[in-house]
Design a protein around this ligand. Structure first.
Ligand code: ZN
Length: 167
C-alpha cells in the first residue's frame, strides 16, 4: 500500500513535469510564430496504427497528442493560425523536388537521388508540412522534364521574373 502510494506520487511527479514542459514548449511556439502547421494526428494514427507497437510508442503518441492540444488552444487564444495537415508523404517526399524517396523509420537523413538534396529527415518533413499547410503549389515531379531544375527554383523564378518570351 505504502509502496504503491510512493509509486503513484513518483508517477504523478513525472507526469506533471512533462505537462509543464509541454506547456512551456507550446507557449514558445505560439509566441514565436504567426502560423503553425502540424501533421494531423488522427489521420497519422489511423494510418500507422497497424504498424505501431509497444508501450514507448503509445506514451510518445499520448505526449504528442497532449502537446498538440496545448498548442491548439494556446494558438486560438493568441490569434495564431493553427493548421492541421494530412501527413501523407510528408516524410517520404523530397521537399526540394517533390520526388518520393522511400525511407524506413531508421533512415534519419533524407538523401534525394533525383536532385541531390540532403537534409535531416525531420527537417525535410517539416518543409513539406509547411508547404502543404500554407497551400503552396507543388508540381508533381513527373510532369517536369528530366533536366534537373528544382520546383523551388521554378517557383522563385516565377515570382521574381516575368515569363520569358520565345523569339
Ligand atoms: Zn529531390
Amino acid at each position: 500500500m505504502k509502496a504503491k502510494d510512493n509509486l503513484e506520487k513518483a508517477y504523478d511527479h513525472i507526469t506533471n513535469q512533462k505537462k509543464d514542459f509541454l506547456h512551456k514548449l507550446s507557449r514558445w511556439y505560439v509566441d514565436a510564430y504567426a502560423t503553425i502547421c502540424v501533421e494531423d494526428l488522427n489521420i497519422k494514427y489511423l494510418k500507422e496504427n497497424g504498424k505501431s507497437t509497444g508501450l514507448r510508442r503509445s506514451i510518445h503518441d499520448a505526449s504528442w497528442g497532449r502537446f498538440l492540444s496545448f498548442l491548439s488552444y494556446k494558438a486560438e487564444s493568441a490569434g495564431t493560425e493553427f493548421i492541421r495537415v494530412d501527413p501523407r508523404d510528408t516524410t517520404q517526399m523530397c521537399s526540394n523536388c517533390g520526388s518520393i524517396v522511400k525511407k524506413t523509420l531508421s533512415d534519419r537523413v533524407h538523401e534525394c537521388p533525383y536532385c541531390g538534396f540532403i537534409a535531416d529527415r525531420d527537417y525535410n518533413a517539416a518543409v513539406n508540412i509547411h508547404r502543404v499547410g500554407m497551400e503552396q503549389p507543388f508540381e508533381p515531379v513527373e510532369t517536369i522534364p528530366l533536366h534537373h531544375i528544382s520546383v523551388m527554383q521554378v517557383l522563385s523564378m516565377k515570382q521574381e521574373a516575368p515569363p520569358l518570351r520565345a523569339g
